[in-house]
Ligand binder design. Structure first.
Ligand SMILES: [Fe+2]
Ligand SMILES: [Fe+2]
Length: 319
């Protein structure tokens, strides 16, 4: 039997979207003026950062998963949301694009003394390679994360190749094999190896997955470069849990054609996912399609929102 947790709480610290007027829903607590006690003052940018708090009985596991594009937005929002850095048990990075790690070293610089001393960092095998975008003859460098710089803050780096249990009922995906053949990766995304720019496969892309007791999997993705449908099916494969309860993150459908978006939404319907929180690089057309075609299952993202997915009331607590 795969392990299970009681509750997953995800606070979106950085995302592309902000809307201070949104109401709470069954799974979303908004950082409204009534929560803040003032006009909320949060930054949105093209990036993603999450604080994931997982509860199982008396145990708690907290991971900062991705770090936005800039330290300015990440550190500002951490302060505004009054997140306590000492509660973080581990850092995790989804992939090697700057809009997910750009805030990391500035975050460590600002908070290292308040973070736990034995703080691990989990990433994928290809996270430290130089990334580019290429369109025809034009190339744009989008940066390279330095492993040394992380380790300089006395944070040891662990590369996750295989599905890895972080706490009971919580996994990092490791390298994802068996992607859907129709979820192709846009050819403009390039990685530099041996001086050559080649098509990026994002083999090291990490997904954070938790199994909520009597509900199913909560899948927290980032940019979903290997394909959001394949990522959900891979989460089912590696955990042995057949039901996907919630999916949140960037689905990377922005700029892709309508048939691809339609096929993804069809697949979500087939997977019978109960809660969808499309964020970051999902793109407005795909967000609209999910909201229209999966009514009652869509929850809008907004920076500062805490999404909560919990075991049903009355179920026995985990030992
Ligand atoms: Fe990306
Ligand atoms: Fe991204």
């Amino acid at each position: 039997m795969p392990g299970a947790v009681d509750r997953v709480r995800v606070t979106t610290v950085v995302d592309n979207y902000i809307d201070n007027l949104r109401q709470d829903t069954a799974v979303a607590r908004r950082y409204s003026a009534f929560v803040a006690g003032k006009m909320p003052d949060l930054r949105a940018e093209h990036g993603l950062a999450h604080l994931v708090e997982i509860t199982r009985g008396r145990d708690r596991f907290t991971m900062a998963f991705d770090f936005g594009l800039t330290p300015d937005a990440l550190n500002h929002n951490f302060r505004e949301l009054a997140i306590e850095p000492s509660a973080i048990d581990a850092l995790g990075l989804s992939h090697g694009h700057r809009d997910h790690w750009g805030g990391l070293t500035g975050f460590l610089h600002a908070w290292r003394r308040r973070l736990r001393r034995d703080l691990p960092f989990y990433g994928g095998v290809d996270h430290f390679e130089p990334r580019w975008q290429q369109r025809g003859e034009r190339r744009v460098y989008s940066g390279r994360l330095s492993r040394d710089e992380i380790e300089r803050y006395d944070v040891p780096v662990t590369l996750v190749a295989k599905p890895t249990t972080l706490a009971e009922g919580v996994w990092l995906s490791g390298e994802m094999h068996g992607a859907e053949d129709w979820e192709t990766i846009p050819s403009n995304l390039r990685v530099e190896r041996a001086g050559e720019l080649i098509q990026d496969t994002f083999i090291g892309e990490q997904t954070l997955v938790a199994n909520v007791r009597d509900r199913g999997l909560v899948v927290i993705t980032s940019c979903s470069h290997r394909g959001i449908v394949g990522i959900c099916r891979n989460a089912v494969r590696i955990t042995g849990v057949s039901r996907v309860h919630a999916v949140m993150g960037g689905f990377h459908l922005s700029g892709l054609d309508e048939p691809r978006v339609t096929r993804v939404v069809d697949a979500f319907r087939e997977l019978d996912v109960e809660h969808m929180v499309p964020q970051h690089c999902t793109g407005i057309e795909a967000i609209v399609a999910i909201a229209h075609r999966l009514p009652g299952r869509f929850t809008a993202s907004s920076v500062g929102t805490t999404f909560e997915f919990a075991a049903p009331d009355g179920a026995a607590p985990s030992p």
